[in-house]
Design a protein around this ligand. Structure first.
Ligand SMILES: O=C(O)C(=O)C[C@]1(C(=O)O)C=C[C@@H](O)C=C1
Length: 340
C-alpha cells in the first residue's frame, strides 16, 4: 500500500512529526500499514477518534514517571461536555523519554564555564553536581535567551534548567516537536532553543546543545491507545514493538466516577467494591468536575477486564458502582504492558 492509501486505518497523534507521541504511535502502528495523522493538540486526537469517518485510533500521553499525570489527557477523559461518548482505551505503551536541548550553536566558543562543569576527554562538558544524572553539554549555552517546549518536558528537566539556564525565558508550546520546529523557523541566527527529542532536531536540521537533560535517567511516559467503541467495539491496539513483558494475559481497566454531593465516606466505599471482588487498584486520579466547587471526577485503573459476556468480577464490581456513585463510565480494558 502506498502512503496515501484511503484503505489504511488512520491513527491520530499529537504532532508535528517527531513528537514523543509520534514515536509512541510508530512503536505500535507500522507506518506501512497505518496512516499516521498529526494533530495540533491532545484534544484534537480525542475528537478525531470520536468523529464519524475520523481516525480509527489515537495515541495520547497519559502519565510520566517523573512529572506525573498529563492533565490535558485526564481532562479529555473527564469530558465535561460529553464530546467523546464512544471513546475507549484499547492499549498502552511505555516509551523511554530522553530529552535534548536543541537549537543553533553559538558562533563563539563558550569562554565562561561554570565551576560545576568540566571538559572531558571527548571535549564534552559533563554536569558533575548530581551523580544520578548524566546530562552532556555538547555546546556552550550562553547565547540561549528563550526556550520552547511542552509543559511536561519543562517539568521533566527542572534540574538541568535551573543548573544551566536559570532565568532564561520559557515559552510553553503544544509539543516538543512543535518547539523544535519553531526554533528552526527562526533561522540560524536565533538565540532560542527547544527541549525535544534528538529525532526532532535531526528532522529540523538543528544541533544538539545538550543531551539526556531529563532529571531522571529512566524517565518514561505511558501512552494510551484510544479507539471508538461504537464503530470498532472489538478493536485492540497492536502489540507495541518493544521488549515484551511477562504480564501474560493481564489486563487493566479505566473507570471514571463522581460521588454524590455530600460524599462522607463514599469514596472509600466505592474503592472497597473492587477490593471485595478481589480486584487490585493500580492508580487513582481526580480532576475538578466543574459541576460544583470542590466536587471531583475520579479516574481509577483496576487490574482485570470487563467481559463482553455478563458475569466476571469486573462486570459485577461495575454493576455495584450504581449503588455508591452519582455516575460512572467504563473507559476501556486493555492488555497490561507495564515494564517488569
Ligand atoms: O510533546 C511531545 O512530544 C509529546 O508527545 C507530549 C508529551 C506529554 O504530554 O507528556 C509526551 C511525552 C513527554 O512526556 C513529553 C511530552
Amino acid at each position: 500500500m502506498d502512503g496515501t492509501s484511503p484503505n489504511k486505518l488512520k491513527v491520530a497523534y499529537l504532532g508535528p512529526m517527531a513528537s514523543y507521541s509520534h514515536q509512541a504511535a510508530l512503536a505500535c502502528f507500522d507506518n506501512e500499514e497505518y496512516l499516521l495523522e498529526a494533530q495540533s493538540q491532545i484534544k484534537d486526537a480525542f475528537a478525531a477518534v470520536q468523529a464519524a469517518n475520523g481516525s480509527d485510533f489515537a495515541v495520547v500521553p497519559f502519565e510520566n514517571s517523573t512529572y506525573g499525570t498529563v492533565v490535558f489527557t485526564l481532562d479529555q477523559f473527564v469530558d465535561q461536555e460529553s464530546k467523546y461518548p464512544d471513546l475507549l482505551v484499547c492499549g498502552e505503551l511505555y516509551l523511554p523519554v530522553h530529552h535534548c536541548l536543541v537549537g543553533h550553536a553559538s558562533k563563539r566558543r563558550s569562554a565562561n564555564l561554570s565551576q560545576e562543569h568540566v571538559w572531558d576527554d571527548d571535549n564534552q562538558m559533563q554536569a558533575n553536581c548530581n551523580p544520578k544524572r548524566s546530562s552532556t553539554l555538547m555546546k556552550g549555552l550562553q547565547h540561549v535567551s528563550m526556550i520552547y517546549s511542552h509543559p511536561a518536558a519543562f517539568g521533566q528537566c527542572e534540574q538541568f534548567l535551573s543548573l544551566y539556564l536559570k532565568g532564561v525565558r520559557k515559552q510553553e508550546v503544544s509539543s516538543t516537536s512543535r518547539a523544535a520546529e519553531m526554533v528552526a523557523e527562526e533561522g540560524p541566527g536565533s538565540r532560542s532553543a527547544a527541549i525535544s527529542s534528538s529525532l526532532a532536531a535531526d528532522i529540523h536540521g538543528l544541533q544538539l546543545l545538550a543531551e539526556s537533560i531529563q532529571d531522571q535517567d529512566d524517565n518514561s511516559t505511558r501512552f494510551f491507545v484510544l479507539k471508538n467503541g461504537k464503530s470498532n467495539p472489538r478493536g485492540l491496539a497492536p502489540s507495541p514493538r518493544q521488549p515484551s513483558n511477562t504480564n501474560g494475559d493481564k489486563w487493566k481497566t479505566l473507570v471514571s466516577f463522581t460521588l454524590p454531593q455530600q460524599p462522607s465516606g463514599t469514596l472509600a466505599e466505592v474503592l472497597q467494591i473492587f477490593k471485595n471482588h478481589g480486584l487490585n487498584l493500580t492508580s487513582i486520579n481526580s480532576r475538578p468536575s466543574l459541576e460544583h466547587t470542590w466536587h471531583y471526577v475520579f479516574l481509577i485503573e483496576v487490574q482485570g477486564r470487563r467481559d463482553e459476556a455478563d458475569g466476571g468480577a469486573m462486570n459485577q464490581a461495575l454493576k455495584e458502582l450504581d449503588t455508591k456513585t452519582k455516575g460512572w463510565k467504563w473507559l476501556g480494558s486493555w492488555r497490561d504492558r507495564s515494564p517488569t
